[in-house]
Design a protein around this ligand. Sequence first.
Ligand code: NDP
Length: 294
Amino acid sequence: MATAAVIDGKAFAAGLRERIAGAVAKLKSEHSLTPGLAVVLVGEDPASQVYVRNKAKQTVEVGMHSEEHRMDASSSEADVLAMVDRLNNDPAIHGILVQLPLPDQIDSEKVINTIDPAKDVDGFHVINAGKLATGQDALVACTPVGCVMLAKDALGDLSGVNAVVVGRSNIVGKPVAQLLLKENCTVTIAHSRTRDLPGVVRGADLVIAAVGRPEMVKGDWIKPGACVIDVGINRIERDGKNKLVGDCDYASCAEVAGSITPVPGGVGPMTIACLLHNTVRAASAANGIETPQM
Ligand code: NDP
């Protein structure tokens, strides 16, 4: 029987968006500043189209200026770099997001590192990654920020907590580990070469799973009472139906954990909310204004 408290990312993200809307209203009324977010989508990838539509919708809902720039799948790298350059120089735009993946003919790293770091609201630019790694103020990748917000909501102060992050990607595993270090956790980063992964995870008060393998983390890997944050989004076929599952086996983990994020409805909704949060921060910084409380 499941005993874990369910960490409701959907409700948390809704509350955060409300606070962001309040901050946007304040920037508008007190500073005549409307934060602006531009999303660049190259090609027709159906999942990317859904993400971009949701981002634009939520950007407008919190009162920000939203721009979508759709480019043909056959666009050259030079075309995309020119678009980024134009947005870098547009004073109405404070955040730029280039939706990944990009078509094969385009070097994603080059495109990301052409974004003005002050407008890099995805937090993927090497300058922002380096600032995070050296403990400086940075625009930090959205999903990792969302994970840490949910972990703090569940556990309170994270100082001294033993955290195990499973996964070491640049977009989730590494930045989330660095954020947890900043919160004074004792952090272990596990990956595909880790020996005795179940044993390593069993030592954790806080488990962050960002692996991309459906239901890999089992309940008997979890220390009783631990907090489990499941970043995974995996589509599987079960009983003839399409299903979305995480990297943790929810049923067995929820029997042992103290708290757990569901998939969907856990980490997922936090990503866009944190993107909007970053855009408010970027807009405030660009105008020398202290970021309003959110
Ligand atoms: P990557 O594929 O880039 O990284 C996966 C990591 O998991 C790698 O570091 C890899 O190790 C490790 N790994 C793979 N297999 C194993 C294994 N058997 N045991 C231990 N570690 C393993 O994935 P991402 O970080 O981009 O994404 C992870 C998951 O999070 C995916 O399901 C993705 O869909 C989801 N995601 C969700 C988001 C959201 O909620 N908004 C946003 C981003 C991602 P190694 O480095 O050794 O290969």
